[in-house]
Design a protein around this ligand. Structure first.
Ligand code: SF4
Ligand code: SF4
Length: 429
């Protein structure tokens, strides 16, 4: 990692202070953090507080604004994907001058960060281009605004439905066009060999994540959710191989913890499934509040963690066009973002996760101004209620002002879960 010469006093900036406050809470307020987590704590400290830049092998840096941009194609042409989704309140406030007041904090903060540093994004440096999947309306419109800021933006046309064959074909064409754009940008062709290598590298990372994900099923819990969100957030920008090795080391440590009968959470801690608008560092306030209040986030259905890494591509024919089409399918079919017209798949996945991870309740985060997550909450609540799973719906943004009020609501929710479990035990006895 190299110091950022443009920002020698970065650690005194508002964004560094904001990151420091959150990171200190994530580390200091919990006993028994896994030793292997220090790789990630150190990474966040150096990037977000010291303003250092992640060292990557040489290659064009390509910004992506959503998980729907196929990273394997970017890696195949020797470029480095950097996810730009931002979680800083500081940048949210800058973005608020560019977008309507009632916009999603994530989109505002992403735009605010790009606006603030047209000469090079902190911790990232120069971006060769930005790939902007046309998913939700706010992301769509933000793409043009990024272009106005001087970035080269490639809009990746994303369908509104995922069940139909025409949508699938449309999306496959979009992804093939992306391959052409990437070839033009980097001067390197996508070949069977380099795409195969890129897919193998990503697959190793995904397998490491899956091992971690599966260990979260265990009771007692081996790791807290606040750490898992930090790990998956690091995937946005870290070197792929270093990230993978660090997760593999953590998995080995957690297996040892399991053998020792270790419990990372309090005895009888309510097990929470997290869904909705994605927690992005430093805005990890909701997972933090849940675990400060004695719950444990055992699984999630968010695009900053599980949805980003869990599903693996399935390739039947190893010819380059077929491989690209298989990648396109992989980025469309398992996607449970609420931008689609229907959300049957999202509700089914939530039920599966709640069952497989023995979740006692669900916390649903919707960023104020995110209409799609706000609109889906009723159908999700109904589905969960029918299955007997309580859900807490939280509308929030990046401001720290609602921490006290949220903390009270979360404590009450966890308490109601504990009461429910006590009553169920009494009835069984
Ligand atoms: S919430 Fe949906 S549109 Fe937004 S970044 Fe995540 S996957 Fe993309
Ligand atoms: S939280 Fe909502 S508005 Fe924000 S990026 Fe995701 S889908 Fe778009």
């Amino acid at each position: 990692m190299a110091a950022n010469p443009d920002t020698p006093l970065f650690n005194r900036t508002r964004q560094a202070r904001e990151a420091e406050v959150m990171l200190n809470k994530l580390i200091d307020e919990f006993d028994d953090n896994p030793a292997s987590m220090h790789y990630f704590y150190d990474l966040f400290r150096r990037l977000f507080i010291q303003g250092e830049k992640v060292a990557h092998p040489p290659g064009a840096q390509i910004g992506i604004t959503c998980i729907q941009a196929p990273e394997e194609l970017i890696r195949a042409v020797g470029a480095i994907p950097i996810r730009l989704c931002n979680g800083a309140y500081h940048y949210d406030q800058i973005g608020a001058d560019l977008m309507p007041a009632k916009s999603c904090s994530l989109v505002k903060a992403t735009l605010g960060r790009l606006h603030d540093h047209e000469q090079g994004v902190p911790r990232v440096g120069k971006l060769e281009a930005i790939i902007n999947p046309s998913t939700c309306d706010q992301k769509k419109k933000a793409g043009v605004m990024m272009e106005e800021l001087g970035y080269q933006v490639h809009d990746l046309e994303f369908p509104n439905v995922k069940e139909s064959e025409p949508a699938r074909i449309y999306w496959q064409r979009t992804v093939r066009e992306l391959a052409v754009t990437l070839q033009r940008l980097t001067g390197r062709r996508v070949t069977r060999k380099n795409l195969n290598t890129a897919m193998a590298r990503t697959r190793r990372a995904q397998m490491a994540f899956r091992a971690l994900h599966n260990l979260r099923r265990k009771a007692p819990s081996l790791i807290l959710g606040k750490d898992v969100f930090l790990i998956t957030n690091a995937y946005f920008f870290d070197d792929l191989e270093r990230w993978t090795s660090a997760v593999e080391a953590l998995v080995a440590e957690l297996k040892q913890r399991q053998q020792n009968g270790f419990n990372a959470a309090q005895k009888k801690a309510p097990r929470i499934l997290f869904t909705g608008s994605p927690p992005v560092f430093p805005n990890l306030k909701l997972p933090l509040l849940i675990e400060e209040a004695g719950g444990v986030v055992v699984a999630d259905e968010t695009c900053s963690a599980n949805r980003m890494l869990y599903d693996l591509p399935a390739v039947d024919e190893w010819r380059v066009n077929h491989m690209i089409d298989a990648l396109a399918d992989h980025y469309l079919k398992p996607c449970t973002c609420p931008i689609f017209t229907r959300n049957d798949d999202r509700r089914r996945r939530l039920l599966d996760l709640a069952r497989d991870f023995a979740a006692d309740g669900v916390v649903y985060q919707a960023f104020s101004g995110c209409q799609v997550y706000e609109m889906e909450q009723r159908s999700v609540a109904r589905t969960l209620q029918e299955a007997g799973i309580p859900m807490l719906y939280v509308e929030t943004d990046y401001s720290p002002d609602d921490m006290g009020q949220l903390s009270t609501r979360i404590e009450a929710f966890l308490e109601s879960i504990k009461t429910r479990k006590r009553q169920a035990r009494t009835q069984r006895a």
